[in-house]
Design a protein around this ligand. Structure first.
Ligand code: RBF
Length: 152
């Protein structure tokens, strides 16, 4: 049986990161985690481009515009923290759908790195504390997918 898998090889790759400024306390840490992971796997810092958007709701629009800018992969980073309004549900559902559609329509890796948390404490846990750093895991998924897409 022939198996096809992607490796964590970032040499020569260009990566676009779309990150939400809303909850920047969290998303700044996700960005730092993603950047560090990409660099540690061979992506040059000058080949990483970060585009800041106002909030997670805007990620889909901007990430779409980034799909034809010559990147090998795109990472979307945001932090949705549940509040007293139903915005959380609206934004998280539509964002997951639009990020997934971007990947299927463009044929390039578009990675979902959105932290969805009930509380600020939970979000902190996922942004570099006891539950790891979701930005770093998104970068790993991006590295694996960029390599995989060259093999299939
Ligand atoms: N953006 C986020 O990235 N995370 C949030 O948790 C978040 N919560 C919001 C809650 C409310 C009530 C509103 C109105 C907006 C929120 N946004 C949040 C901002 C949203 O993603 C978007 O930037 C703005 O609604 C402007 O379109």
């Amino acid at each position: 049986m022939k198996e096809v898998t992607g490796n964590f090889k970032g040499e020569g790759k260009r990566v676009g990161i779309c990150v939400a400024r809303f909850n920047e306390f969290i998303t700044g840490r996700l960005l730092a985690g993603a950047r560090d992971e990409l660099i540690r796997h061979g992506v040059r810092d000058e080949d990483i481009e970060c585009v800041w958007v106002p909030g997670s709701f805007e990620i889909g629009t901007v990430a779409k515009a980034m799909t034809d800018k010559g990147y090998d992969g795109i990472i979307c980073l945001g932090a949705l923290i549940k509040g007293d309004t139903p915005h959380f549900e609206y934004i998280s559902a539509s964002l997951a759908k639009s990020i997934s559609e971007l990947g299927t329509k463009s044929g390039m890796p578009v990675i979902y790195g959105i932290v969805t948390a009930e509380t600020l404490e939970q979000a902190i846990e996922r942004a570099g504390a006891k539950a790891g750093n979701r930005g770093a895991s998104a970068a790993n998924a991006c590295l694996e997918m960029m390599d995989l897409m060259t093999k299939i």
